[in-house]
Design a protein. Structure first.
Length: 83
């Protein structure tokens, strides 16, 4: 059985930006957040909250579900490691 790396929240966000042909600086400006925060989310160093996922959906497009589900999976993995 071949395993594939899990899709991370950051990967989902990066894919969404690429699909919409947005540079990180442009997306950060539209979202009214710092480029540093957007970069941290793309690198999976900062969580994509449900509120942020809805904002991304509203401002950039795509579906908040595409961001929230990978974040949930990542959060569960961290919780299991800590248990």
């Amino acid at each position: 059985m071949q395993t594939h790396p899990a899709r991370t929240p950051g990967t989902a966000l990066k894919d969404l930006l690429e699909k919409n042909q947005l540079k990180q600086s442009e997306a950060a400006k539209k979202l009214e957040i710092s480029e540093a925060l957007l970069s941290l989310m793309i690198k999976d160093k900062a969580r994509i909250t449900t509120d942020m996922a809805v904002k991304i959906e509203r401002v950039i497009g795509g579906s908040a579900d595409q961001l929230v589900y990978p974040q949930l999976v990542a959060d569960l993995a961290k919780a299991r490691e800590a248990a």
